[in-house]
Design a protein around this ligand. Structure first.
Ligand code: PLP
Ligand code: ZN
Length: 366
């Protein structure tokens, strides 16, 4: 059986419904069972589940057929004919219209296996939406803690699935604290995209799909970063491909933050190992405005390991990039426009293979 392992003191724990951090306060990862990802056992299923053999703790996840909503296998498209090596990965073509479905499908499959009756999530929007949909599919009660100023469209989406919205006035950190308190009091499953390492087994599939679609590793991955669910997922995925000798080097991760809430960019620039919390000064990119990312150490390590970087953008660049993408036929939520802003600033040569994720659908935000 797979176990949780503390990222600080290495203590291990059985996978249990109410366990979400170490007694020492450390974040939990999954103890690697084999060390070699079973890449040669991928199937032809048209979803993230074709990669089930490469998910750590796959034996806890065999219940996926009753939970899946068809997540994954999103299109990889050339954005402009005159730049044939620049691709967009259309992650908004997902059951709940964002890439968070990759992780939520895996997390809720685990909750079902553990016979959870109720789960609690906290989110700035899309993770809550995804957890709400999959918990409905699984027949598990769900409370989603959100900031009181989350986009009304995302709140409507969460409520449509029958989840209870708990709107908290205050910062994103206040929302998380309210959720942690409720999890402790109610002793229920914490469906956290930040703390629960199973979520990353889902976001890993983003890397596997790109590898299959391009038939090689790209040179550069533009990746937005708040709590780092996509950064860590792509890093783990490509690292496994490298270890299995399917690719010969890691693609560079160029991570993107909003200038008005950029703790990771600041730590990267100052060559610090852990990000210090910042004050969120407010940004259109609400989905990545995380002032105190819990996994900052792992995120910074991942970006450095790929010889990548972190760049930031102001509000004007974000708004402009959204219009430019829409003018090409791609309607993304405002948070996601920052990825294209990142590409426009970063793009170095026409020959370089670059992937820009379109993480959330346009109708999710104003
Ligand atoms: C969740 C999300 C991101 C990435 O955020 P992380 O917190 O780093 O996982 C980016 N864009 C959108 C639209 C999102 O929903
Ligand atoms: Zn510990």
């Amino acid at each position: 059986m797979t176990k949780y392992i503390c990222s600080i003191c290495n203590k291990t724990y059985p996978i249990q419904e109410t366990r979400w951090k170490c007694e020492c306060g450390g974040l939990l990862d999954l103890e690697k069972s084999t060390g070699n990802s079973q890449i040669d056992h991928w199937t032809s299923h048209p979803s993230i589940w074709r990669y089930a053999s490469s998910m750590d703790a796959g034996d806890d996840l065999t219940g996926w057929p009753s939970i899946t909503l068809g997540e994954g296998q999103t299109p990889l498209l050339v954005l402009d004919e005159d730049r044939p090596n620049t691709f967009v990965k259309v992650e908004y073509m997902m059951p709940t219209l964002s890439f968070k479905d990759r992780g939520a499908a895996v997390l809720v499959t685990l909750a079902k296996k553990l016979s959870a009756k109720k789960m609690i999530a906290d989110s700035s929007g899309n993770a809550g939406t995804a957890i709400a949909a999959y918990s409905a599919r699984a027949g598990i009660e769900c409370d989603v803690y959100v900031s009181a100023d989350t986009s009304p469209k995302k709140l409507a989406q969460i409520q449509a699935h029958g989840a209870n919205v708990k709107a908290i006035k205050g910062t994103r950190e206040d929302v998380a604290a309210a959720a942690h308190l409720a999890v402790e009091e109610e002793q229920v499953f914490y469906a956290s995209h930040v703390y629960n390492p199973y979520f990353y087994e889902g976001t890993k599939t983003y890397a596997f799909e790109i590898f299959e679609q391009l038939k090689k590793a790209p040179d550069t991955l533009i990746v937005p970063v708040g709590n780092g669910t996509l950064v860590l997922g792509v890093y783990y995925g490509f690292k496994e491909l490298l270890e299995a000798k399917k690719i010969d080097r890691l693609p560079k991760i160029v991570a993107i933050q909003a200038e008005n809430c950029a703790p990771l960019a600041k730590a990267f620039e100052n060559q610090e190992l852990v990000a210090k919390p910042v004050k969120n000064r407010g940004t259109l990119a609400e989905g990545i405005a995380i002032a105190a990312p819990a996994r900052s150490k792992q995120i910074l390590e991942a970006i450095r390991a790929t010889e990548g970087t972190i760049i930031t953008f102001g509000e004007e660049a974000i708004a402009e990039a959204r219009s430019k993408l829409a003018a090409k036929g791609f309607y993304v939520e405002i948070t996601s426009a920052i990825n294209y802003a990142g590409y426009l600033e970063y793009s170095e040569s026409k020959d370089e293979a670059v992937i820009i994720p379109l993480c959330g659908a346009g109708i999710k935000s104003n």
